[in-house]
Design a protein around this ligand. Structure first.
Ligand SMILES: [Mn+2]
Length: 321
């Protein structure tokens, strides 16, 4: 599929995945600009349970004036084309919305059967890389648009762990030739948490519970952006005697948590699945994973059991397996 194939639509809704990241937002923004330049009415949306709170993403949106709109968890019907970017319509990480036609631009392994109008290339480190080349293919004047290049560049940077996992030739071309707003990029790079997050982190660190025989830590933080849980877990794993850890917080409807592991005996993804079995969802990678436990299902199974006790006891059970 080429971008030119989508120009027949008079109305296009671009949808990012839920909990959108820099790549999804930047990619959506670039497509929005392209369609608008062609006189098409385009909107940029995302759904899901959470509105964007991560500081760097708010900064990206504010500084580049990205008109992204949060639409919540309710499915809606949009007129014209629905284009999911950095995700696939029907997949688990994107709230299902409806439209007259569907299109997909993504760089993840196909999870669902794709619509005819699809372009999925897994050898791109970011969806933005693919879009950068699609825009060039369509003859769009990228060079003249520094905001667009900054957004795609920052998306690639974020999706590839600071370019460390960017291997494809096309990723390298975007990295090397994009003309970006360096000042903004530097600010984005160094704006991961807010002062409130810093205080939340400080309190959480003091409440760390270390299990000596299991060589793990469990830490509860006050309600915060999920990104902070990941950062706290990364930090905790740096402690010499911590082999793996779980950082969580209590939200209105359940517990959100991050797991990190540096030992092969404890897989972070397996531990996540174990902790959420029948009461939530979780997964990830061998070293990094995360999950959510539903309050309703937790209470049905464990009553008023204290959450710190739940995590500790469950982890001990997991270690016995
Ligand atoms: Mn991506």
């Amino acid at each position: 599929m080429k971008l030119q194939d989508l120009l027949k639509y008079r109305k296009i809704t671009i949808q990012c995945h839920d909990n959108p990241d820099a790549d999804s937002i930047g990619s959506g923004f670039a497509l929005l600009k392209f369609f608008e330049s062609k006189g098409i009415t385009a909107d940029l949306i995302y759904g899901g349970r959470f509105e964007i709170t991560k500081v760097s993403l708010r900064m990206l949106i504010d500084e580049l004036q990205i008109p992204i709109e949060y639409v919540g968890v309710e499915s809606r019907h949009f007129e014209g084309l629905l284009l999911t970017v950095d995700c696939q319509h029907g997949a688990g990480n994107v709230t299902t919305m409806f439209a007259d036609d569907y299109a997909v631009i993504d760089h993840h392994v196909p999870e669902v059967s794709l619509p005819k109008l699809s372009r999925v290339e897994e050898n791109c480190g970011s969806a933005g890389t693919l879009i950068y080349f699609m825009l060039k293919e369509a003859g769009y004047d990228i060079e003249g648009d520094r905001d667009l290049q900054t957004a795609l560049y920052y998306g690639l940077y974020s999706d590839t762990y600071q370019f460390s996992e960017s291997y494809s030739d096309r990723d390298k071309i975007l990295r090397d030739e994009a003309k970006i707003n360096r000042t903004l990029f530097n600010r984005l790079k160094h704006a991961n948490i807010s002062l409130t997050d810093l205080e939340t982190a400080g309190i959480a660190l003091l409440r760390n519970i270390y299990n000596e025989s299991g060589r793990y830590s469990v830490m509860q933080a006050n309600p915060c952006d999920p990104n902070l849980l990941g950062l706290l877990a990364d930090f905790l794993l740096q402690v010499d005697v911590v082999d793996f850890c779980v950082c969580y917080n209590t939200l209105e409807d359940g517990f959100k948590f991050s797991v990190r592991s540096s030992v092969k005996e404890v897989r972070a993804d397996a531990l996540c699945e174990f902790l959420t079995k029948e009461i939530g969802t979780g997964g990830g990678r061998r070293d990094k994973a995360g999950g959510f436990i539903s309050k309703k299902l937790y209470e049905a199974n464990y009553g008023t059991m204290n959450s710190e006790a739940y995590f500790s006891e469950k982890i001990n059970d997991f270690l016995k397996l």
